[in-house]
Write a protein that binds this ligand. Structure first.
Ligand SMILES: C[S@@+](CC[C@H](N)C(=O)[O-])C[C@H]1O[C@@H](n2cnc3c(N)ncnc32)[C@H](O)[C@@H]1O
Length: 446
């Protein structure tokens, strides 16, 4: 798909060669260069391929200072625009002027989007103890600055004075940019710190922190590595997909191995927990697979699972606010929860038809399945595991809610600030495919 300006986003017996099955239908040749260097002599899991394509310190998409996360020079004055047409013309102009594939909501609606999140925290947090906020994947720092600005202006002075805001950012260039953005207000700098590291790496967190804290993640789940599983038909077992270089060439292809990876196995376990695994349903599956045999591809949010496992371990009393895309239009890559792989050249955006083509020049982003996210969150909190084992009658360890962006902003934001003269409100009216997820601890700790 080629579009100028707007992208879709903005609107196994391991190593036993004989048992390795190429995933025939999608053995697509890929572009070479960096993507071929991603894969060495040995095959790698799809999530490792995606991780390198996005976050390789030298060539990864998010390691480049320009292009990955857009920064608007100035906030959009929605109240001065006539209506939808004027807004779209304005967006068209700024997308053409920049090498940015897309602007995130926190950027397009700055400072109001971040202010809505700050208000949600202020209304819910126990402000008698110092406020501790972590942001993971803060991009350009716009959310951090907006929240700190809001606290400075609206929270009791002691709350602003005693608060800490720690950003954990995998991209070195974005970590630098965050310091610059937040540093525009000098007093924020004593509260703000950027840690340049992978938030999903347990070793970077140090000791378990028992204090209550907030974790913010905006448009981060969509860019976390995913795995791919494949089955020949509805009744065949899932297999894990690996990426390998074809013999003596730079062409990449997929191969399938029986399930072996523990993270993939756990993710499938969570996905299938609720399914009715009665013998009747497996008989139906077998019959369907004989009449209409259909190969299946399913993308698994294993990066999200790993990150939430780490966060629940190190920050057991965290409250989480995340926003992301619940649906992506025009996805041509096959499979359930498949990603868009989007690049931009000369002002025009285009989508690759295979993730194997991503070579540091393309964003790979997935829709977030909020039902699955909630299950993963409960699983990582320890509750779903108990539930499954039926050893405990204790209640859920988290209270969770998924809200449409419009509901969240109507509750906590200032919707009048993003309204055009004729009443059209892009934040409430257009961002129908984005949602907020809020998860707070309950008292059912043990
Ligand atoms: C799509 S951008 C969103 C940026 C910002 N939150 C926003 O909404 O504008 C995704 C961000 O997450 C960061 N990121 C992705 N994986 C990460 C990880 N494992 N640890 C820390 N940061 C990560 C990326 O470098 C980038 O800053």
């Amino acid at each position: 798909m080629l579009t100028c300006t707007f992208t879709s986003k903005n609107l196994p017996f391991l190593f036993n060669k004989t048992k390795v099955t190429p995933c025939e239908p999608f053995n697509l040749p890929s572009r070479f260069l960096f993507s071929a260097h991603i894969v060495g002599d040995k095959p790698i899991l799809v999530r490792d391929f995606i991780h390198k394509a996005l976050y390789d310190p030298n060539h990864g998409y998010f390691s480049q200072r320009s292009g990955s996360v857009g920064v608007l020079q100035r906030s959009i004055k929605f109240n001065q625009l006539e209506g939808r047409k004027a807004y779209l013309n304005y967006l068209d102009k700024i997308y053409k002027q920049s090498d940015i594939a897309w602007f995130t909501p926190v950027e397009l609606f700055k400072p109001w989007y971040a202010h809505g999140i700050a208000e949600a925290i202020m209304r819910t947090a126990n402000l008698s103890v110092p406020l501790k906020i972590y942001e993971i994947g803060g991009g350009s720092g716009t959310c951090a600055k907006g929240i700190l600005d809001y606290m400075k202006l609206n929270a009791p002075e002691r709350v602003y004075n005693s608060m800490t805001y720690t950003s954990v950012e995998i991209s070195p260039s974005l970590a630098e940019l965050q310091k610059e953005t937040v540093g525009e207000v000098h007093s924020h700098l004593t509260k703000f710190r950027v840690e340049h590291r992978d938030a999903a790496d347990r070793s970077g967190w140090g000791y378990v922190q028992q204090q209550p804290c907030w974790v913010i993640m905006l448009e981060v789940f969509d860019n976390l590595p995913h795995d791919l599983i494949y089955s020949k038909n509805q009744a065949s077992p899932w297999m894990e997909v690996w990426v390998e270089k074809q013999h003596d060439s730079e062409i990449l292809s997929e191969l399938c191995k029986p399930l072996h990876d523990p993270l993939i196995t756990r993710c499938i376990e969570i996905m299938e927990m609720d399914k009715n695994n009665t013998s009747r349903s497996s008989i139906t599956k077998r019959i369907w697979s004989k009449i209409f045999p259909r190969p299946q591809r399913c993308w698994l949010p294993t990066g999200c699972l790993r990150l939430l496992e780490v966060l629940h371990e190190v920050l057991p009393k965290m409250s989480l606010i995340a926003s992301d895309f619940s649906y992506l239009p025009d996805v041509t890559i096959p499979g359930e929860r498949a990603p868009l792989v989007s690049t931009k050249k000369d002002g025009c955006s285009s989508d690759y038809s295979t993730y194997l083509d991503a070579k540091g020049d393309a964003d790979i982003f997935f829709p977030t399945d909020f039902w699955f996210l909630e299950r993963i969150d409960h699983y990582c909190s320890g509750w779903l595991k108990q539930d499954k084992e039926k050893t405990s009658k204790q209640g859920k360890k988290r209270r969770t809610i998924t809200l449409d962006t419009s509901s969240f902003m109507e509750e906590f934001g200032l919707p009048s600030k993003t309204r055009t003269k004729d009443g059209y409100n892009p934040l409430l009216d257009d961002f129908k495919n984005t949602k907020f997820y809020i998860s707070v601890p309950t008292h059912n700790v043990k």
